[in-house]
Design a protein around this ligand. Structure first.
Ligand code: HEC
Length: 186
């Protein structure tokens, strides 16, 4: 038969184990690593530039500035003037899309210019995405358009001018879902 004292003892042990278990579960839920992201942190990272230029940020750049930046941050993989090396070429291929071996590049394939900015800002340089300034990304975008022969020399590329750049393959896409309203009418 258990005494009152031994009952207390047992109850205290059960409580101790319960608290220890609860602490473990809690610890697993909140590893207490890092710091919570603020609204500003999130707004800086989670935005997309759309084909019509929606969400293009402030800033600007020219092809001349972009060439210098490209030669620092991109040439190692994409080669001299974007001709390709370990990574895909970023120039050429215009008129090749109906060949047996089409070469799809920004110049030959991409239908909208603002998405070049979006892509390179979000994902390049490959080893350090989003590490450059918006001015840098505008300048590199200008350079990529320039080496593809798409830009008037000296054009300043910014939120206003980039959506106006007419890409060679702009009309090469069809809407596969004509019944679904599309923001961008291919
Ligand atoms: C360490 C190597 C590396 C560096 C440096 C690098 N890239 Fe890339 N890049 C890649 C790889 C690999 C891909 C293909 C990625 C994929 O398809 O998922 C790519 C793809 C691209 C594409 C898409 C091409 C297409 O038509 O599909 C563009 C544009 C581009 N890179 C631009 C740049 C720019 C601009 C820089 C410099 C700011 C840069 N890259 C730096 C490796 C690199």
């Amino acid at each position: 038969m258990q005494t009152e004292e031994s009952l207390m003892y047992t109850r205290n042990w059960i409580l101790t184990i319960a608290i220890a278990l609860a602490t473990c579960v809690n610890a697993a839920e909140t590893p207490e690593l890092g710091i919570p992201a603020t609204e500003t942190d999130i707004a800086q990272v989670f935005w997309s530039v759309f084909p019509d230029g929606e969400n293009l940020p402030a800033g600007s750049g020219t092809a001349v500035e972009g060439k210098e930046l490209f030669n620092i941050h991109c040439i190692a993989c994409h080669g001299i003037e974007g001709a390709g090396l370990t990574a895909v070429p970023l120039v050429g291929g215009q008129g090749s899309l109906t060949d047996d071996t089409p070469l799809k590049t920004i110049g030959s394939y991409w239908p909208y210019a603002p998405t070049i900015f979006n892509y390179i800002r979000r994902s390049m340089p490959y080893i350090a995405p989003m590490s450059l300034t918006n001015d840098d990304y505008y300048a590199i975008t200008a350079y990529l358009l320039d080496i593809n022969g798409i830009l008037e020399p000296g054009t300043v590329i910014n939120a206003e001018t980039l959506p106006k750049v007419q890409m060679p393959n702009r009309d090469g896409f069809v809407n596969a879902y004509p019944k679904v309203p599309q923001k961008y009418d291919y």
